[in-house]
Design a binder for this molecule. Structure first.
Ligand code: NAP
Length: 482
């Protein structure tokens, strides 16, 4: 195991103004190492280091920046067993999830290396005689990234890699529950020989060091992935400071299952969406909206799938359900189940927990009057909702303050083409899971799920400023000439 230190200006350091805590494995509550938590002095040092490194990094040829990202990818791939192992111990991730995440991170770094060459400007039509009318894209400067515990390396790296690719420097604050995710990324950049200060990593409680990171005038942008409540607070503060943000936040993601769709296939798609990483995924399938004629069959088969999940040692490849991230998250699931059952929902399976271990749970006959219909549970709890027909399913789907991902299951292509654009979500997948990502596809939500888009060109646009530059090649007269 690895103790978690802070990575500032290319150095591993211990905290001087913060505190030291234990890093606990949620599976058994045992310590797997110590965590250095940053305080005000480390925040200042990280911002100063990132600011100092910026001009050289921004001016570096893109082909040079690429090399660092590619070397970091090689290191990540070569050390996949080490980093996947940390993830299993620190975050309750299963073998499949841990290896998927680290492997995907190497791909993200390589894809970002390609994006280094796509920071493109343009030439606009001249609007005056002799005018050359152009625009360029420039990096912003120091960017702060605040990332969550659930896909702790992937979601952080997706921000870091693309922000660095286009010439920014970065301070990452990973979730306090998953400090080794930050260490993983820092180790990869250290091994790649990244110049000091280009990437800095501070573990520390968001509620304690968040404001000082956000408010410093040298920080030009805050990119946040996490809960809607915290994201809204950050957005408020950044708005007062006229600071750029992107916000990737929570979801209550629907799967609409129409009557023509094969029930077994629908259960398989919805099951992955509901129980992957024990439902702790922003895009997890948490409202299964099923058309009446196949409702009973779907409930029966989906419950069988939930009961068949295997809970246990995250190092055992046959296990599909690990522990929740900490010993408080179960309270939300418990509250949702009690409220729903008191209002007429049926608990088809699960509902019990022991510490961080929560049984895969299914509620049927869920209605918009219940909390679980609207609020994120963030655990292995799924609701099944009955719809009269396709239009009723769409109405139920859009009756929510979130709008992240949605899935629509039907073989009727014309109906799918009619419904998909009317679903209020940033991402809609026809005949596939709500859990989906693609390197260059726009990732993000609408309504309470956030604003801004990540990946490929979308990240380039977020992490750069377009600057308009004209060149006048002829002498012009102006109306004010005398
Ligand atoms: P969270 O509690 O909102 O925390 C996210 C990050 O923000 C953490 O690093 C946290 O630090 C930090 N933070 C907390 N309070 C802060 C403050 N006042 N100022 C600055 N930073 C602060 O979220 P989480 O529990 O880690 O993750 C689960 C949530 O993330 C769910 O709602 C899920 O839907 C959402 N999520 C969204 C996406 C997406 O792409 N849309 C992806 C994954 C997860 P501490 O850990 O120290 O509190």
């Amino acid at each position: 195991m690895r103790d978690s230190q802070l990575f500032i200006g290319g150095q591993w350091i211990n905290t001087q103004s913060g505190s030291v805590e234990k890093n606990l494995n949620p599976a058994d509550g045992q310590s797997i190492g110590t965590v250095q938590l940053a305080g005000p002095r480390e925040v200042k040092s990280a911002i100063a280091a990132a600011q100092e490194a910026f001009p050289r990094w921004a001016a570096m040829p893109a082909t040079e920046r690429q090399k660092y990202l590619l070397r970091a990818a090689d290191h990540m791939e070569k050390n996949i067993d080490r980093y996947a192992g940390w993830m299993m111990d620190e975050s309750g991730s299963t073998v499949a999830k841990s290896y998927y995440e680290i492997d995907r991170c190497a791909m993200i770094l390589r894809s970002a290396a390609g994006e280094c060459l796509h920071v493109e400007g343009g030439v606009c039509q001249p609007e005056a005689d002799g005018q050359v009318n152009t625009f360029i894209r420039q990096p912003l400067g120091v960017i702060v990234g605040l990332s969550p515990f659930n896909f702790p390396v992937l979601l952080a790296l997706n921000k870091v890699a693309l922000a660095l690719a286009v010439g920014n420097t970065f301070i990452l604050k990973p979730a306090t529950d998953t400090p080794l995710a930050g260490v993983t990324i820092a180790e990869c950049f250290e091994a790649a020989g990244l110049p000091a200060g280009v990437f800095n990593m501070l573990v520390g409680r968001g509620s304690e060091i968040g404001d000082s990171l956000i408010e410093d005038p040298r920080v030009k942008m805050v990119t946040f992935t996490g809960s809607t409540k915290v994201g809204m607070g950050i957005q408020k503060r950044c708005a007062e400071l006229l600071k750029r943000t992107t916000l990737e936040m929570g979801g209550k993601n629907p799967v609409i299952v129409l009557k023509d769709y094969d029930v077994d296939e629908a259960v398989s798609i919805a099951g992955f969406g509901a129980f992957f990483h024990q439902g702790q995924v922003c895009m997890c399938a948490s409202r299964l909206i099923v058309e009446e004629p196949i409702y009973d069959a779907f409930c029966e088969k989906f419950t069988a799938l939930a009961r068949a999940q295997k809970m246990g040692d995250t190092h055992d490849p046959s296990v599909t359900i690990g522990p929740l991230i900490n010993n408080t998250q179960w309270k939300v699931l418990d509250r949702h189940i009690k409220d729903a059952v008191s209002k007429g929902a049926r608990l088809l399976c699960g509902g019990k927990h022991e510490g961080c271990w929560f049984e895969p749970s299914v509620l049927a006959d869920v209605t918009p009057e219940m909390k679980v219909f609207h609020e994120e549970s963030f655990g292995p709890l799924t609701s099944i909702v009955k719809a009269r027909d396709a239009e009723d399913a769409l109405r139920l789907c859009n009756d929510n303050t979130y709008g992240l991902a949605a899935s629509l299951l039907t073989n009727d292509l014309c109906l799918a083409m009619d419904l998909a654009p009317r679903i209020e979500a940033g991402m809609v997948h026809v005949n596939d899971s709500t859990i989906m990502g693609a390197m260059r596809a726009p990732f993000g939500g609408v309504k309470g799920s956030g604003m801004g888009r990540e990946n490929g060109q979308f990240s380039i646009d977020e992490y750069t400023e377009a600057k308009w530059i004209t060149y006048q090649t002829k002498k012009l007269g102006y109306p004010t000439d005398r």
